[in-house]
Design a protein around this ligand. Structure first.
Ligand code: FAD
Ligand code: MLT
Ligand code: ZN
Length: 483
C-alpha cells in the first residue's frame, strides 16, 4: 500500500488555518512545531497496538460548524482525514494509514435533549457511551447498546461502526434504534437529519448509509436515538456446560422459558475462562473443568415475576442435565463479577502479545466447529503450545450466541507469517462456504479490506463504490480503508 500522491502534504499554512479556526489547544501538532500541547502518539495507534499511522495533526472540533469548516478546507486543499471517536475499533479503521489528519470528536460531548415520555435522546457524537448510559440510568432509561469498551468508546463511533454488543438480542441493532443523525459531508455540507420520529416513510432512509459506514462518507456529529425503559429487576446466571450441543439446548430453553425477559445470552469456551485465570489470576465463579460456559441475563419490570420464571428455568436445565453447574448472582457486585468473565475476555487475550481476531456471523448450529477446525489446523502445523517458541498460545471462541455471532480469537506471543498463512484465507473460505459474514459487528476498516469479496458480491461492492464517489468525490474521508 502506497500513500496516494494526490493528497496534499501538511504545511505551516494549513496548520495556521486550523489554529486560527479552533485555537491552539484543539489542534495538536507534531513534527511541524515543537510546542505540541499533547502527545500525538495515542491518536496514531489503535487499541490492539497493531496499526500505527503517522498523522502530524489532530484536530478536536467543539461544534458541528467547526467540523464543517475543517472538512470544507480539507476537501478544497485535498487533505485526507480520519474521523476518530474513542479509538477502540478493532479493525484498524480509526487511525491513519499514512499522514491523514485525525479529526477526533472528544470535545463534542454534550447531551442535547432527552424526552422522558418517548425515551428519545439527542446527543453529540463524542459523548462516551457509559456517560450517556449513566445519564439515562438517572432517568430510568437505558442506552440500547452495551459493550466492553463502554468507558472509552463514543456514541458517534458506535453508530459509525454499527456496533452490536451484549444486548442486541433484546434491543436490536442501531439501524433500528437510531432515529436520526446530524452528519457533515466532506465538502462541509451539514446534513441535519436529527429526526425524532419513529416512523418516517418519505423516500430513501439516507442515514442508514452512515450507520456502519465507518467514517468513509461523512463525520457524524450528533445522533437521536430511541432508548428503552431501564428494567428494575436484573438477574445474571453463569453456567458450565459439557458440549456446544448443550449450549444450543440451553439457548432454546432460555428463549422458550424466559422469552421477553431474556436480555443477553453469551457464549464463552472453557479456554477463554482459563486464559482469564492465567492472565489475571482471577478466581473463576465455578469449580471444576467445563468445556463451555454461558452467561444469561434477564431484565424485567417485576422482580417476583422474573424470579419465578428464572427459578423454573434453572430447575429445568439442571434436572435435564442441559447444564452441568451454575451460579446465580445474588447482588450487584456478583452481577458485575459474572459479567467480567465475559467482558474481560478481549483485554486478557492481548496479555501474551498479539491476537488474530475474527468476528463472524455463522449458522448457530455450525458456529463452534470453526474454532475446532482452526485449532486442529494450527496444532497440526506445530504452532500452538506453552513454550516460547510456539507463536500461538491457544485458539478460543466466544461471542454473542443469541445473535449467532462468533468471536474466533487466536492469542499469540508474536505476529507470525506462518500463523497468518494457516489462518487466512482458510477462515474466510470456511465462512463463505456457510454463507456467513466475515464481519458481524466490528466492520472492515483496513484489517478486513482485502476480504470483503468473501461476504459481498461484485455488484454490491460496485454499488458501495458508487455511493463513496457520490458523497466523497475527492476520496479524502478515511482513505485506504475498506472502500
Ligand atoms: P473509533 O474506534 O474511534 O472508530 C471506529 C470507526 O468509526 C473508524 O472507522 C472511525 O473512522 C469511525 N468513526 C468514529 N467516530 C466517528 C464519527 N463521529 N463519524 C464518522 N465516523 C466515525 N464492537 C461491537 O460491535 N460489539 C462489541 O461487543 C464490542 N466490544 C468491544 C470491546 C472492547 C474491549 C473493545 C476494545 C472494542 C469492542 N468493540 C465492540 C469494537 C467497537 O467497534 C468499538 O468499541 C466502538 O463501537 C467504536 O467506537 P469508538 O468511539 O471507539 O470509535
Ligand atoms: C466482544 O464481544 O467482546 C467484542 O466484540 C470484542 C471482541 O471481539 O474481542
Ligand atoms: Zn462482540
Amino acid at each position: 500500500l502506497q500513500r496516494n500522491s494526490r493528497f496534499a502534504k501538511l504545511t505551516q499554512e494549513h496548520v495556521d488555518y486550523f489554529q486560527n479556526l479552533l485555537g491552539a489547544e484543539s489542534a495538536i501538532i507534531d513534527g511541524l512545531s515543537k510546542d505540541a500541547s499533547e502527545d500525538i502518539e495515542p491518536f496514531n495507534s489503535d487499541w490492539m497496538r497493531k496499526y500505527r499511522g503517522h498523522a502530524q495533526l489532530v484536530l478536536k472540533p467543539q461544534s458541528t460548524d467547526e467540523v464543517s469548516k475543517i472538512l470544507k478546507y480539507c476537501n478544497d486543499n485535498l487533505l485526507a482525514v480520519v474521523p476518530q471517536g474513542g479509538n477502540t475499533g478493532l479493525v484498524g479503521g480509526s487511525v491513519p494509514v499514512f499522514d491523514e489528519i485525525v479529526i477526533n470528536l472528544q470535545k463534542m460531548n454534550n447531551i442535547r435533549s432527552f424526552d422522558e415520555v418517548s425515551g428519545i435522546l439527542v446527543a453529540d457524537a463524542g459523548v462516551i457511551l457509559e456517560v450517556a448510559d449513566n445519564f439515562l440510568a438517572e432517568r430510568r432509561h437505558i442506552f440500547p447498546l452495551d459493550l466492553g469498551a463502554k468507558g472509552s468508546c463514543q456514541i458517534g463511533g458506535n453508530v459509525a461502526t454499527n456496533a452490536g454488543g451484549l444486548r442486541l438480542l433484546r434491543y436490536g441493532s442501531l439501524h433500528g434504534n437510531v432515529l436520526g443523525i446530524e452528519v457533515v459531508l466532506p465538502d462541509g455540507t451539514i446534513v441535519d437529519d436529527l429526526s425524532k420520529l419513529r416512523k418516517n416513510n418519505t423516500g430513501y432512509d439516507i442515514k442508514q448509509l452512515f450507520i456502519g459506514g465507518e467514517g468513509t462518507i461523512g463525520i457524524i456529529t450528533g445522533i437521536s436515538i430511541l432508548c428503552p425503559q431501564r428494567s428494575p429487576a436484573i438477574n445474571v446466571a453463569y453456567f458450565g456446560l459439557e458440549s456446544y450441543e448443550k449450549c444450543q439446548e440451553a439457548f432454546k430453553e432460555a428463549k422458550n422459558q424466559l422469552s421477553e425477559i431474556l436480555s443477553a445470552f453469551e457464549l464463552m469456551d472453557g479456554r477463554t475462562q482459563k486464559l482469564i485465570n492465567r492472565a489475571t489470576g482471577k478466581k473463576l465463579p465455578l469449580e471444576g473443568e467445563h468445556p463451555f460456559f454461558c452467561l444469561i441475563e434477564t431484565s424485567g419490570s417485576n422482580t417476583d415475576h422474573d424470579n419465578e420464571k428464572l427459578q423454573s428455568f434453572l430447575e429445568h436445565v439442571m434436572e435435564t442435565s442441559i447444564v452441568s453447574d451454575g451460579v446465580l448472582a445474588q447482588d450487584q457486585t456478583q452481577i458485575q463479577e459474572l459479567w467480567s468473565c465475559r467482558e474481560g475476555i478481549p483485554e486478557c487475550l492481548g496479555h501474551w502479545g498479539g491476537v488474530y481476531k475474527y468476528d463472524l456471523s455463522l449458522p448457530i448450529s455450525d458456529m463452534y466447529d470453526l474454532v475446532n477446525d482452526v485449532r486442529d489446523r494450527l496444532m497440526k502445523a506445530g504452532l500452538v503450545g506453552d513454550e516460547d517458541f510456539h507463536p500461538v498460545v491457544d485458539v478460543v471462541g466466544y461471542g454473542h450466541m443469541g445473535d449467532a455471532n462468533l468471536h474466533l480469537n487466536v492469542p499469540t506471543r508474536r505476529y507470525d507469517k506462518e500463523v497468518e498463512k494457516q489462518l487466512e484465507p482458510f477462515v474466510y473460505e470456511w465462512v463463505q462456504m456457510k454463507n456467513g459474514s466475515i464481519s458481524a459487528e466490528h466492520g472492515l476498516g483496513i484489517a478486513k479490506k482485502p476480504f470483503i469479496g468473501y461476504s459481498r458480491s461484485d455488484t454490491m461492492i460496485r454499488l458501495m463504490k458508487q455511493i463513496k464517489d457520490l458523497y466523497d468525490p475527492n476520496g479524502i474521508m478515511n482513505p485506504y480503508k475498506y472502500i
